[in-house]
Design a protein around this ligand. Structure first.
Ligand code: OAD
Length: 228
């Protein structure tokens, strides 16, 4: 069986990282138009960097939890194909031992030159003035996908979805496209669909099955079933 897994901020919540849309979430404290658009970066790059530097520091302090660890165990031991796509820019899947993670919204661990597109390992504190190691221009930005930009690796993800027998969404509210459209795409090509989330979401009715509860409990339980 081929499994495609999509994770969102909910899988890292119990590692102490804020989600976006829950009560007290990041977009209830900040306006995403000031922080997560190319226009915001053009207007006030220092403010945008300050926000991402803070989040990068929080990620460094966080540790993977049993949900990340169980998915790494699935990747290692499942006899079929497992494709992990994440909307998260943290590296908790990798630090849990997952070897191949598709980061469709980019990574905190990477810096991107807004002028020439060169990528390099993110310093702890990033500033727009930092010269690009390739072209030397001062146009350093976080290598994350902002609203209005096209997510990364879409061809690979859509290919995996078209072949999937099972699509599993974990800890995501299903409000941001294109990821929010994956469940419908998976259904169209005959895949079974499963949602693992703290509570039912705006998309629950689109899934064949929804299991609710904290990711650290329901994800390891599901992985145990798959490996039994
Ligand atoms: P959201 O904050 O929109 O949704 C998080 C989901 O996780 C919600 O449905 C919660 O119920 C659920 N949740 C919270 N705690 C949980 C727990 N302990 N166990 C299981 N589930 C839990 O986050 P995303 O769906 O990831 O994009 O957001 C998608 C995108 O919107 C992000 O990648 C980011 C954001 O704006 C960009 O910045 C481009």
């Amino acid at each position: 069986m081929r499994i495609v897994i999509l994770t969102g901020a909910g899988i890292s919540a119990e590692s102490g990282l804020s989600t976006f849309r829950d009560k007290g979430g990041i977009w209830s404290r900040y306006d995403l138009k000031d922080l997560a658009t190319p226009e915001a970066f053009a207007r006030n790059p220092a403010f945008v960097h300050e926000f991402y530097n803070m989040r990068r520091a929080n990620v460094r302090k966080a540790k993977p939890n049993p949900a990340h660890e169980s998915l790494a165990r699935l990747e290692k031991n499942y006899p079929g194909e497992v494709t992990l796509v994440t909307q998260n820019v943290d590296d908790l899947h990798e630090r849990a031992g997952h070897s191949r993670v598709i980061h469709m919204h980019g990574r905190h661990g990477s810096a991107l030159c807004a002028e020439c597109g060169h990528r390099w390992e993110a310093p702890e504190v990033m500033r727009v003035e930092d010269p690009c190691p390739a072209c030397g221009r001062p146009a350093t930005r976080p290598d994350v996908v902002w609203f209005g930009e096209i997510p990364y690796h879409m061809d690979e993800i859509l290919g995996a979805l078209a072949r999937a027998d099972l699509f599993v969404a974990i800890g995501t509210s299903g409000t941001v496209y294109p990821a929010a459209g994956f469940v419908a795409q998976a259904r169209e090509t005959g895949s079974r669909t499963l949602e693992l989330n703290l509570e039912s979401s705006a998309q629950t009715r689109l899934f064949d099955e929804t299991r609710t509860g904290p990711a650290t409990e329901i994800v390891p339980q599901w992985v145990d079933e798959m490996l039994a």
